[in-house]
Design a protein around this ligand. Structure first.
Ligand code: PLP
Length: 480
């Protein structure tokens, strides 16, 4: 494809993307295809000679779109919605056109410098302490692919710091702490690094948040058994129920064990701290005081297209000490002089995408006020949904509503004997089975302390009150 052919194909692609967005509301949320549908439709080998691009573009419409789950559909309430924006898409398009792997500052100074600035914007947007800013030249922020990568990077840095401070420690004694509500990223980090992982119990009485005394008891027990606790992955806004670990208490305990790294995963809820009124619930003060690292995903509730996970560390040396491997071919004048950031030393890979461009576009186009408005709107929509659930005789809340997430279940009021826990679980599995068989709405399920329940997560950029009402009507009809 030459430049003029690209111009033409590009105009057509944007036209078709616009048509796709106009059509979203009228589409089913979920794909209707059967497993293996695409293999049947495509040849087993790449074509021997090149094909006409128009045919390829048409096949995207014909073969790929039918296999998409429409995450930008206004009735998408599953997982945590990804609110992507046209600004973000254009950022990705320009980033692809620059097409460079940005691992050293000198690869493209703009890539590194924009990331350093935009990470500082994002840090200030959500109220992080100046310690975490790149301008501090001590702490700093870096964009990663996902919260899982951010957590893995934090664990690698924490392990390396622990071993430096305790050179006689044996790897097999190291313990990584999570809770039973931590995202699978904790277990996965342990698995990948071959480290023991202990998931601490949290209870419904504490709204599924980890308390300091639970952590302290586990640390004491493990230390007495010769184990070496080195990191806790705490969460603000858990996946299952949007629970918040008690970061202030955990931070105080971690301070008593100086080598314990505190990583706070705010993958979903973190961006809500753009609104000052949500900072307390997210324990911002404690994060600022105690966290060694903090992550939030702008690609979830932050209006930015996947991938845009933002990771901040209190001390950038913890990253570079763990990850700086510099053979001759990667050396540069500025890198050697230490006058620039070489982001390859702040993450696991070498090459990296120019992710900051899309976040820059989004933050400039929305401004702080526009960003706050969108977050507040999701929370308000959730309040509407919660009040419907509360006033319904069919449903009950299973956990306290959290920002834009509600966890509920079917619990019909009956004048006869109360239903047993098992019967209620079976009833809810049946109910969820009916909901998930529909294609005009998408929700996901979870289990909290043995209780099967249903999550309703708001955040898709085009969801309005009308969609919430429709969703509630569908849920009520299926419950009936
Ligand atoms: N942490 C929390 C609290 C999440 O809810 C999720 C995903 O929903 C993740 C981490 C994983 O995010 P990622 O896909 O960016 O690794």
């Amino acid at each position: 494809m030459d430049i003029e052919q690209f111009r033409k194909a590009g105009y057509q692609a944007i036209d078709r993307i616009c048509d796709y967005y106009y059509s979203l509301q009228g589409r089913a949320v979920t794909s209707q295809v059967e497993p293996g549908y695409l293999r049947k439709a495509l040849p087993a080998l790449a074509p021997t000679s090149g094909e006409d691009f128009q045919e390829i573009a048409d096949d995207y419409q014909k073969l790929i779109i039918p296999g998409l789950t429409h995450w930008q559909h206004p009735s998408f309430f599953a997982y945590f919605p990804t609110a992507c924006t046209f600004e973000g898409m254009l950022g990705d398009l320009y980033a692809s056109s620059a097409c460079n792997p940005g691992f050293n500052w000198s690869c493209s100074p703009a890539c590194t410098e924009l990331e350093a600035v935009v990470m500082d914007w994002a840090a200030q947007l959500i109220g992080l302490h100046s310690t975490f800013l790149n301008t501090s030249e001590v702490g700093g922020g870096v964009m990663q692919t996902s919260a899982s990568d951010s957590a893995l990077t934090a664990v690698v840095a924490a392990r390396s710091r622990y071993i430096r401070e305790n050179p006689n420690a044996r790897m097999e004694d190291l313990v990584l702490y999570t809770t039973t509500q931590t995202h699978s990223l904790g277990l996965k980090a342990g698995l990948v690094l071959g480290l023991a992982c202990r998931a601490l119990e949290v209870t419904a009485e504490n709204s599924f948040g980890l308390r300091g005394d639970t952590l302290r008891a586990a640390l004491e027990e493990d230390i007495a058994a010769g184990k070496k606790p080195f990191i806790l992955i705490a969460t603000v806004g858990t996946t299952s129920s949007g629970a918040f670990d008690y970061i202030e208490e955990l931070g105080r305990v971690a301070s008593d064990y100086a080598s314990l790294w505190l990583h706070v995963d705010g993958a979903w809820a973190g961006v809500s701290m753009a609104c000052p009124e949500f900072r307390e619930i997210c324990h911002l003060e404690a994060i600022n005081r105690y966290a060694d690292s903090f992550c939030t995903n702008f690609h979830k509730w932050g209006l930015t297209n996947f991938d845009a996970s933002t990771l901040w560390v209190r001390d950038r040396k913890d990253l570079t000490d763990a990850l700086d491997v510099t053979p001759e071919f990667l050396r540069t004048k500025h890198g050697d002089a230490g006058t620039v950031i070489d982001y390859r030393n702040w993450h696991l890979g070498l090459g990296r995408r120019f992710r900051s461009l899309k976040l820059w576009f989004v933050l400039r186009s929305y401004g702080v006020e526009g960003f706050q408005k969108y977050i507040r709107q999701s929370v308000q929509l959730n309040e509407t949904f919660v009040s419907m659930i509360r006033s319904s005789p069919q449903f009950t809340l299973v956990a306290p509503p959290s920002l834009a997430l509600t966890v509920f279940r079917l619990e019909p009021q009956t004048t006869k004997q109360p239903l047993s826990a098992e019967l209620l679980n079976n009833l809810n599995r049946l109910f969820y089975g009916r909901i998930s068989a529909r294609n005009d709405i998408l929700l996901t399920q979870t289990v909290l302390n043995g209780t099967f329940c249903i999550r309703f997560a708001i955040g898709a950029a085009r969801t309005t009150e009308e969609h919430i009402k429709q969703a509630f009507d569908i849920l009520s009809a299926e419950a009936e």
